[in-house]
Design a protein around this ligand. Structure first.
Ligand SMILES: Cc1cc2nc3c(=O)[nH]c(=O)nc-3n(C[C@H](O)[C@H](O)[C@H](O)COP(=O)(O)OP(=O)(O)OC[C@H]3O[C@@H](n4cnc5c(N)ncnc54)[C@H](O)[C@@H]3O)c2cc1C
Length: 372
């Protein structure tokens, strides 16, 4: 525990410094704290902006790039920073239990703790398996592995056909300082490559994979008798299997009695309020809107942030929350190819070039500068 934090009751408790919750801290810094006592609980000293992960894996950026100092933000907002994790919640008693066994009580709580890794559940277990979640552990392990490469190319299978999997395949194939360059295969699964994006973008990504010598397999993979297989065929030899198979739900919110969807994500209404306990809000990958389907992605967590900030302020001041996040008809995705270019996706439109990579850098920088 951080010695600055008190274990007394808090009027407002932020659990997890995820992408949405950072906007709440920013609101409190800019517009003042709406309550007397508030705190943020997070086991990490820094939040990681997920858009910068492929650039760190490829070596384009150093590991400190894209980190937001949570303790400093809390200090500026005038709230306590509790460096610990929530392991249980009693939503009726309004209490959270921390990893060290201490309990913290609250009047209003807001949860943004992200998703948990689900690679072993989806693929089975293996020593070769490296889940991209939690991201900090993934980055650390990748750097250890990369430092050990010596003379022989690393054979890597990236599992997951979403934007994260595709970007990681490009990033690893082009990882700086790894000689010889890793051999990479992208196993997109039976849903195929970039299933949520348009066919134009898919075509660009397929051509780029081919250009870079990254085979694309659109079938489901699993470990069978210790070997990575698709349709009963082994893909071995494989040195490393990196799984970007999406967020799973942490178990503690549902176990405590918060309403969840079938997968265990906290069920929230259009105002991000728990459908069972309206004094608790949840956002980002840990939550699932019940009124409409919003995919789990950093871009949506980021855009939910200002809405969440407004709703928390309303609740703290005894007003009803009235703001709701509506995704734009199309979201902009910029997928780095690892070679100085990016593929831009907006609705059915797609385009590729160095300009798109510069655009991505500018967007990331603008977002990070808010919290610098
Ligand atoms: C490699 C990779 C690349 C990605 N690239 C993109 C991208 O380019 N664009 C995009 O839109 N999405 C991307 N994503 C998806 C994106 O990372 C997530 O959707 C996004 O991070 C979700 O944000 P969040 O606010 O839910 O939580 P997170 O950003 O995951 O933050 C959760 C925070 O909660 C803390 N925490 C966790 N558990 C607890 C606990 N029990 N108690 C207290 N605190 C806790 C963590 O320490 C962390 O600070 C990527 C994902 C990966 C893995």
């Amino acid at each position: 525990m951080n010695e600055t934090a008190s274990l007394e009751a808090f009027d407002l408790l932020l659990i997890g410094g995820g992408h949405a919750q950072l906007a709440v801290l920013k609101d409190w810094i800019d517009n003042g704290l709406p309550v007397e006592r508030a705190a943020l609980i997070d086991p990490a000293s820094h939040a990681r902006y997920s858009g910068t992960v492929p650039g760190i894996i490829s070596g384009q950026h150093d590991v400190a790039h894209g980190l937001v100092d949570l303790a400093r933000l809390c200090e500026r907002a005038g709230i306590a920073f509790v460096r610990d994790r929530a392991v249980a919640i009693d939503p009726d008693a309004r209490e959270v239990t921390l990893g060290e066994g201490e309990r913290v009580s609250f009047r209003i709580a807001s949860i943004d703790t992200g998703g948990v890794g689900q690679a072993a559940r989806v693929l089975g277990t293996s020593d070769k398996l490296l889940d991209v979640r939690p991201i900090a552990a993934f980055i650390e392990r990748w750097h250890e592995i990369a430092a050990q490469v010596n003379g022989k190319p690393l054979n890597v299978a990236v599992i997951g056909g979403g934007a994260g999997g595709a970007e990681l395949a490009f990033a690893i194939r082009n990882a700086k300082g790894m000689m010889p360059a890793p051999q990479v295969a992208l196993i997109a699964g039976s849903a195929g490559l970039l299933p949520d994006l348009g066919s134009w973008v898919r075509g660009l990504a397929e051509r780029e994979l081919e250009r870079q010598g990254i085979p694309l397999i659109e079938e489901d993979a699993a470990f069978e008798n210790g070997a990575l297989t698709v349709s009963g065929q082994t893909l071995e030899p494989v040195d490393l299997v990196i799984a970007a198979v999406g967020s799973g739900a942490p178990q503690w919110p549902g176990a405590g009695g918060l309403a969840t969807d079938k997968q265990g994500f906290i069920a929230v209404d259009q105002y991000q309020r728990s459908t069972s306990h309206p004094h608790i809000l949840a956002s980002g990958d840990v939550a699932q809107r019940m009124d409409r389907r919003i995919p789990h992605a950093g871009v949506h967590a980021v855009h939910t942030g200002p809405i969440l900030a407004g709703n928390l302020r309303a609740l703290a001041e005894g007003r009803e929350p009235a703001a709701s996040y509506t995704p734009r008809p199309a979201s902009l995705y910029l997928l780095s190819t690892g070679r100085g270019e990016a593929i831009a996706s907006y609705g059915w439109l797609g385009a590729q070039g160095a300009w798109a990579a510069r655009w991505k850098e500018a967007i990331d920088k603008r977002w990070l500068d808010q919290y610098g």
